[in-house]
Design a protein around this ligand. Structure first.
Ligand code: UDP
Length: 239
């Protein structure tokens, strides 16, 4: 199987909600284990994998701000949520023998190592899965933006965005039966049409750095490996 992947190094972005499964909150370990097995398949193909996980299954900064609280503190709480998710995914990966490190944008050396671009690329060169925790380390950003930033920093060939559905649609396919699915779009198309797949900062950053965004369903078991080999259903965003 090794060697048949189209990409050598990728950054996978999964939202925190992807870890939640059917629960209303938190982490479903069975789902974390499934995502870990998808990443293991990618490693078996020889693909170097970096991962950014969101924190929406635990906390989002806007939840504090919308109730009159301090947005910056709320965002700090959201970034901490991404660390919890990253440690959970590392646990699932290590359990199945995948060498994995968590690098946090915010130093918390008792829990994990601190991010630096040099350390990240060195670990990826060694074949370790690197999970980037703590988002960008700054409030008012999202983990989508963190994913585009880390993808640029590690020189990723593509940014994979695992979503609830198998690509980008003209409208939410779960709400609009007339929604049309796209096989290919440019970064500009996504920005101009305001397609809600990643936030605009993330798409703009990917565009400036010529990084394709591949949108696929994270719920499809084995789907990551399929798309890595140029098969399966996905929308490719590239110029
Ligand atoms: N966050 C932040 N800066 C970042 C990344 C994330 O402040 O660079 C905070 C923000 O409050 C956000 C929360 O962390 O709402 C969780 O991230 P996100 O909403 O992107 O998670 P997802 O929707 O992907 O689960």
């Amino acid at each position: 199987m090794a060697g048949s992947a189209v990409y050598k190094r990728v950054l996978l972005k999964a939202s925190g909600e992807a870890l939640m499964g059917d629960q209303g909150f938190g982490i479903d370990v069975a789902v974390a284990d499934r995502i870990a097995s998808d990443i293991a398949e990618a490693r078996a193909l020889g693909v170097e994998v970096g991962v950014v996980i969101g924190g929406g299954n635990i906390f989002r900064g806007v939840a504090v701000a919308s109730k009159g609280g301090d947005r910056v503190t709320g965002d700090h709480m959201g970034m901490l949520a991404t660390v919890i998710n990253s440690l959970a995914l590392r646990t699932s990966l290590v359990k199945i023998g995948i060498d994995t490190v968590v690098l946090s944008a915010v130093a918390m050396p008792e829990f994990c190592e601190t991010f630096s671009q040099r350390l990240a690329t060195a670990y990826m060169d060694m074949g370790k899965v690197v999970i980037f925790a703590g988002g960008t380390g700054n409030p008012f950003f999202t983990t989508d933006s963190a994913a585009a930033l880390r993808a640029a920093e590690i020189g990723a060939d593509a940014l994979f965005k695992g979503t609830q559905v198998d690509g980008i649609y003209s409208a939410d396919p779960k709400k609009d039966p007339n929604a049309v699915r796209f096989d290919h779009l440019s970064h500009k198309d996504v920005l101009d049409r305001g397609l809600a797949v990643m936030d605009t900062t993330a798409v703009a950053l990917a565009r400036e750095n010529n990084i394709p965004i591949i949108v696929y369903s994270i719920h499809e078991k084995g789907g990551f490996a399929e798309v890595l080999q140029g098969r399966g259903r996905a929308t490719v965003v590239s110029d």
